[in-house]
Design a binder for this molecule. Structure first.
Ligand SMILES: Cc1cc2nc3c(=O)[nH]c(=O)nc-3n(C[C@H](O)[C@H](O)[C@H](O)COP(=O)(O)OP(=O)(O)OC[C@H]3O[C@@H](n4cnc5c(N)ncnc54)[C@H](O)[C@@H]3O)c2cc1C
Length: 479
């Protein structure tokens, strides 16, 4: 083998030749993630054992080589894009899943796919609830790094609520373990929770122990149609005040429903041509579900303009298509999407919708809204054609105004996707200078050479100034 002149790469290849790839096609594939803006790495490493990550980090730290840890690359923020080059660590081979049925704990490698963890837990009668829509593809390491949410958070909470302990490596390559696989841990600083949501900037997670709960026995699905979007959202508050704890409570606005209806080739309600919808599920044991369903049904009769209850799983799956198809259908409105995951207090959701109506009129770009109404976490999708300069400028203007409004409403610029590159432009709206300075000081303590995912969160990046590439990911195939 002809070793390259670069001493860092030489040392990497000397140690790990069989798990390091530098072929141009592989470097291209790892140059982008769900944001689809490429920045090429110099090498991709495919560790087969956690300790190898420690050694790779030791070499990288010695030569100050940027490291981007990558699970499935399904992030929509550019968080797994190697913006400063360097090496990408692909964690997918670290995919061990072990379930302790008695302790109700799963021990998982960081590369384990979330759907596989859920399936394995289910085979023991147990439940791992966090379920980002990308669950069939994304890794638990990526979920931990972003503190991923999903559809069931309204009842069950987010990834953080299920992490008992973490193992991993510091930027220096030293091994660390944060907390233990026990139900309570009030010992020392809680660095486990600091790592959760830190987007691969403070360390590399290699293993986690997860809290599992008993699997719910059954579920019921309702789809409620509204001819007025704001009323759909205000009635969500009424529903929550009835004492029902839905396991799913999703809002889909008229524009998004229209796209989904076009894709499935029919309308969800005979009596409503152009509805906004609320998709609702209750789960638990049979008696609980019957009781909750009755309350939900009474609510739907009082507040919605039409509703339907799925009689069986096939009908439930049909009702779900409105939520599953709306995101892909949006590409009929523009070739590029600014995909936001903002959060506002529940009571402010109607005000936010009013703001979005105004932004639509002023900017003349399509803006479609759907998402986790029970959490106030709405996906706002600003669509534009990237070759149309005016439209791109207007989309950006709409995004600036949206982010300002969200912060003014006491909300969050990201509820589950994280900041990555895509939202770094707006981090200064969320935090004051002192808070940002403190966060960066923490980063400096963990990673003095700034090798872990450099350029993310704190460095302003403008995604609209970069050309997105065409690429079909596995999760795009069903669209
Ligand atoms: C169709 C679709 C639907 C989605 N729906 C949701 C949703 O409902 N809810 C939601 O929260 N998100 C959602 N997402 C976003 C995305 O799937 C999540 O952010 C997911 O957690 C990313 O996991 P991943 O394995 O793909 O991580 P990647 O995209 O590979 O990485 C994400 C971030 O985590 C870091 N990272 C990855 N592994 C590690 C590790 N072992 N140690 C340290 N850092 C690490 C990376 O450096 C990067 O910053 C969706 C994405 C798509 C494409």
């Amino acid at each position: 083998m002809l070793l390259p002149p670069d001493p860092a790469m030489r040392e990497l290849l000397d140690r790990f030749q069989s798990i390091v790839k530098t072929d141009p096609e592989i470097l291209h594939l790892y140059s982008f993630d769900g944001l689809r803006i490429p920045h090429k790495p110099a090498a991709v490493v495919f560790p087969e054992k956690p300790e190898q990550i420690g050694t790779v980090l030791k070499i990288a730290n010695k030569y100050k080589i940027p490291i981007t840890t990558r699970g499935a690359g399904s992030t929509l923020t550019g968080g797994a894009t190697p913006i400063k080059g360097g090496w990408v660590i692909d964690t997918k081979k670290l995919n061990r899943i072990e379930i302790d049925k008695e302790l109700r704990i799963a021990t998982v490698g960081c590369g384990a796919i979330v759907a596989n963890i859920q399936d394995e837990a289910k085979s023991h009668g147990l439940f791992y609830p966090p379920d980002p829509s990308s669950y069939q593809h994304c890794t638990i390491g990526g979920n931990i790094a972003c503190n991923a949410g999903g559809l069931r958070c309204v009842k069950y909470g987010v990834t953080r609520d299920y992490i008992l302990s973490l193992k991993g490596y510091l930027a220096s390559g030293e091994f660390v373990e944060w907390a233990k696989p026990v139900r309570k841990f009030a010992t020392g600083y809680n660095i486990r929770d600091l790592w959760i949501g830190s987007e691969g900037t403070l360390g590399v997670v290699t293993e986690a122990s997860l809290k599992l709960i008993p699997h719910p026995e059954t579920r019921k699905t309702l789809l409620c149609g509204f001819d007025n979007e704001a009323r759909a959202l205000t009635s969500v508050l009424d529903l929550l005040s009835t004492g029902v704890t839905p396991s799913i409570l999703e809002f889909v606005d008229k524009l998004s429903v229209k796209g989904a209806q076009k894709t499935v080739g029919g309308s969800f309600f005979d009596e409503l041509e152009d509805p906004a919808v609320v998709l609702l599920e209750v789960d638990g044991d049979v008696a609980q579900v019957e009781r909750q369903l009755q309350i939900a049904r009474d609510w739907a009769e009082k507040y919605s303009d039409a509703f339907t209850v799925a009689a069986n799983e096939i009908e439930a799956e049909h009702l779900w298509t409105v939520r599953r198809k709306c995101s892909g259908a949006m590409y009929a409105l523009g070739d590029t999407k600014l995909n936001e995951d903002i959060v506002v207090p529940l009571s402010k959701m109607p005000v936010l919708l009013e703001t979005i109506d105004t932004l639509r009129e002023q900017s003349r770009v399509p803006i479609a809204v759907f998402g986790h109404a029970g959490d106030g976490n709405l996906h706002v999708n600003i669509m534009y054609n990237h070759q149309d300069t005016d439209m791109t400028e207007n989309a950006k203007g709409a995004l600036d105004s949206l982010m300002k409004k969200v912060v003014e409403l006491n909300g969050a610029i990201s509820g589950e996707h994280g900041i990555g590159l895509a939202k770094s432009h707006y981090i200064g709206l969320q935090f004051n200078a002192q808070t940002l300075q403190l966060m960066q000081s923490i980063k400096q303590v963990f990673d003095p050479n700034n090798i872990l995912n450099p350029g993310k969160i704190f460095e302003a990046y403008s995604p609209w100034d970069h050309l997105k590439i065409e690429h079909k990911f596995p999760w795009d195939k069903a669209k």
